[in-house]
Design a protein around this ligand. Structure first.
Ligand code: 4NP
Length: 163
């Protein structure tokens, strides 16, 4: 099972998503069969960069080290490689699906609604905000990560792949 978390720049939300998922996957003992990566729909500003220092600090405050991640751009080939592409917001979903090879667009979903998180459809972009915004995004991301891993660990994964 391969999961890919996607946002715009791959320096704030999706690195936190990758980190939260990896931590929850580790706690659940699923490392051997679930793999996680993250990518951004817009690679040209940020490819190769470390996560935003505020994202690193936020994750560290929750016991998760994301400092070793490096940004990369989402590729059409990711739709072949990953079972589920978890998008942070509607723009990310639209831009991701525009890259999808024929028949694979449904592998990309809006992460929060897919996970059944109430109250918000999108993970707000904290890039122009402050640490409070990063904490708010982290709370949504980690809630989604917990549901995602719970579904995987209950082996409800027969229906987990949308297409
Ligand atoms: P992300 O946040 O998509 O969560 O990584 C952003 C990072 C950079 C920019 C926008 C959003 N930017 O405009 O540079």
């Amino acid at each position: 099972m391969k999961l890919l978390v996607v946002c715009l720049g791959n320096i704030c939300r999706s690195p936190m998503g990758e980190g939260a998922l990896r931590a929850r996957i580790g706690e659940a003992g699923l490392d051997s069969w679930v793999q996680v990566d993250s990518a951004g729909t817009s690679g040209h500003w940020h490819a190769g960069r470390s996560p935003d220092p505020r994202a690193v600090a936020c994750a560290r405050g929750h016991g998760v080290d994301i400092s070793g991640q490096r940004a990369r751009q989402l590729l059409a080939a990711d739709f072949e490689e990953y079972d589920l592409i978890l998008c942070a917001d509607g723009d990310n979903l639209r831009d991701a699906q525009a890259l999808a090879p024929a028949g694979l667009a449904a592998r990309a979903v809006l992460w929060l609604p897919w996970a059944g998180i109430n109250g918000s459809d999108v993970i707000p972009d904290p890039y122009y905000g402050d640490m409070k915004d990063f904490e708010h995004s982290w709370a949504l991301i980690d809630a989604a990560a917990q549901v995602t891993v719970r579904r995987l660990s209950r082996r409800e994964d027969s229906g987990i792949i949308p297409a």
